[in-house]
Design a protein around this ligand. Structure first.
Ligand code: DGT
Ligand code: CA
Ligand code: CA
Length: 576
């Protein structure tokens, strides 16, 4: 299981941080590099050392002779003296403290030296006691931010962003699927419901021979702990800290098990109650009437036998989906599907410092089967993001026109992601906005206004006739930052009136609008757009996270403007 690789990687990255505290040049990078090398190494470092000694260690890319000696020391004595010394000098819980937004290695050192703060608990106590503000360079505002961030950490402890872990778990599901003993694999739990954060991953497998599947599962690479393993289930922890529960069931109870383990708990309680009222009993093995099995093999059969249509996993939150399923009108929504997306209207290019050129982004969009791509680079107020001014936008337009002339059945639309300034005005002149195919406006500065000010700011921006879309409308960052203070009802009302489109930003930590707000917007007939906000072409895959959030918000294809064909979109945006 290559335990030593992981242990060493962790030690080296801590050492890098200790060294950074002392502003030692170069050395931290060497340890960081070694940590990364060990974390991704696909051979057991212990085995390398046994076979080839210290020379073998030096052959690992990213490992120099000093590091090789430290590895050797660890493998032989189970400790590294230099690391012990560094820890003794600064006996703090790095992982905990560095997770607080705004706290880096230097701050950790300062807090320890001045206030003897060693862990999150002590940090919180000091901040609550007003001790932080009295330190030089800190102040009352920092103290308040630290407390806010601690609150966030406490709330989100142990949960992971969907976008962070979905690819990794899907890969594991795929590996399981390739086993000859495995007939079917499905994600279950919050992962299948595509909740924005995940406590643990649940995987369900259909097999007649569960033992080899369990054996394979508990020896997957990257496992740091096995919580338990039985004949038909196992539970493990992966390197990044996420746990996976695996359950193996026979084909005949697949539907019942999937329904049960998909949850949510609230949804299941209601479903079970409905079953009971019909004189039926529902559990993870099936739906029963006395000794007789009424349904068990497919979810659809189970829902049908209870008198319901199949309810999509993203809706199973006990938020009115069962009531809707029982109604004739309006009934359950016909949810937007992953394949309905025809383009992405919020991508950044190398013009504002993004990784890829407009052409590269366009090619990536075409590879995804899109009909159009909206380039929406930052504008001038955001100097760090190399925001474009009016003249640059004009020059960019020429480049886009040139590219468009070469495409067949594909079009780049030129937009921008302009900044909504404090008073709600836009940082680009109206004449220049009028030249663009569409305009996104977003708040990127001064996020901590009062509710009244922030509401007024957004409303004024929406009243600008050139503004088509508001990006990440509530400004939240999952597990890091709350929404801005805004009167969302007032904002939604003006969006409805001005026909302003609200973005569903697909970035893993944004997912903004979030599900409940999507539902509110939809109920007012407000149109939305699912964008990725990609700063490099690889991020375009985040679109599935945005679609997931839209589905959780009960959105249909018709609610989402980038599900529309190009001609309809252009008419809507008033592009001739
Ligand atoms: P998570 O892991 O916190 O992100 O959320 P879930 O929903 O994945 O919860 P988890 O992993 O504890 O359990 C997976 C599913 O199994 C859950 O959604 C419903 C089902 N389940 C687990 N425990 C119970 C229970 O005590 N009662 C009922 N009805 N269902 C349960
Ligand atoms: Ca779970
Ligand atoms: Ca679980």
């Amino acid at each position: 299981m290559m335990m030593k690789n992981q242990e060493l990687a962790k030690i080296f990255s801590s050492m890098a941080i200790f060294l950074k505290m002392d502003s030692i040049a170069f050395r931290p990078q060497a340890y960081e590099k070694a940590a990364f090398a060990l974390e991704t190494l696909n051979q057991d470092v212990e085995e390398i050392y046994q076979k080839k000694g210290i020379h073998g260690l030096k052959e690992i890319p990213g490992v120099g002779s000093t590091i090789a000696e430290r590895i050797e020391e660890y493998l032989r004595t189970d400790k590294i003296k230099y690391y012990q010394e560094l820890k003794e000098k600064m006996p703090v819980n790095l992982e905990e403290l560095l997770a607080v937004e705004g706290i880096g290695p230097k701050t950790v050192k300062e807090l320890y030296r001045r206030l003897k703060i060693k862990n999150l608990g002590e940090l919180e106590k000091a901040a609550r006691g007003g001790k932080i503000r009295s330190l030089a360079n800190f102040g009352e505002k920092t103290e308040k931010n630290i407390l806010q961030s601690i609150e966030f950490l406490k709330r989100g402890r142990g949960r992971f962003l969907l976008g962070e872990i979905l690819p990794e778990i899907e890969e594991i599901a795929l590996k399981l699927k390739e086993l000859k003993e495995v007939e079917r694999v499905s994600l279950a739990g919050s992962l299948r419901r595509r909740q924005e954060t995940i406590g643990d991953a649940d995987i369900l497998v259909v097999s007649q021979k569960p033992q080899p599947v369990v054996n394979f599962f508990v020896t997957l690479p990257g496992i740091v702990k096995i919580w338990g393993q039985g004949q038909t289930k196992a539970s493990i922890r992966l390197r990044r800290g996420i746990d996976i529960d695996l359950r193996i069931v026979p084909k005949k109870s697949y539907g019942a098990a999937l329904q049960y383990f998909t949850g949510s708990k609230e949804h299941n309680i209601m479903i079970r109650k409905m079953a009971m009222e019909k004189g039926l009993k529902l559990n993870e093995y099936g739906l029963f009437k006395g000794p007789k099995t009424m349904a068990s093999e497919s979810e659809e059969d189970i829902y049908r036998a209870i008198g319901l249509p199949l309810i999509e996993p993203e809706l199973r939150e006990g938020q009115g989906e069962i009531e809707a399923a029982l109604r004739k009108l309006p009934g359950l929504p016909k949810l937007i599907e992953y394949k309905n997306i025809r383009g992405d209207l919020h991508c950044h290019s190398s013009w504002d410092g993004g990784r890829n050129t407009i052409l590269e982004m366009a090619q990536a969009a075409q590879q995804r089967g899109y009909q159009y791509l909206g380039i929406a680079d930052h504008t001038k107020f955001l100097r760090i993001e190399r925001g474009l001014d009016e003249r640059q936008l004009l020059r960019q337009r020429k480049e886009i026109e040139k590219l468009n002339a070469k495409f067949h059945k594909f079009r780049i639309l030129q937009g921008c992601e302009a900044n909504i300034l404090n008073d709600g005005s836009i940082d680009i002149k109206d004449e220049a906005l009028a030249e663009l195919d569409f305009v996104i406006a977003g708040v990127h500065s001064n996020l901590k206004m009062t509710k009244e000010q922030m509401t007024r700011r957004l409303i004024r921006a929406m009243r600008n006739p050139h503004v088509d879309i508001i990006s990440h409308p509530t400004g939240r960052l999952l597990q890091r930052r709350d929404e801005y203070q805004i009167d969302l009802d007032a904002v939604l009302k003006v969006a409805q009136e001005t026909k302003t489109v609200l973005e569903i930003n697909s970035f893993p930590e944004r997912l903004d609008l979030k599900d409940v707000n999507i539902r509110r917007a939809k109920s007012l007939g407000i149109k939305m757009v699912i964008n990725t906000d990609s700063h490099m072409k690889e991020q375009m895959r985040f679109i599935e996270l945005g679609v997931a959030q839209a589905r959780r918000g009960w959105a249909e294809k018709s609610d989402i403007i980038n599900c529309w064909p190009l001609a309809k979109l252009l008419t809507f945006l008033k592009v001739i």
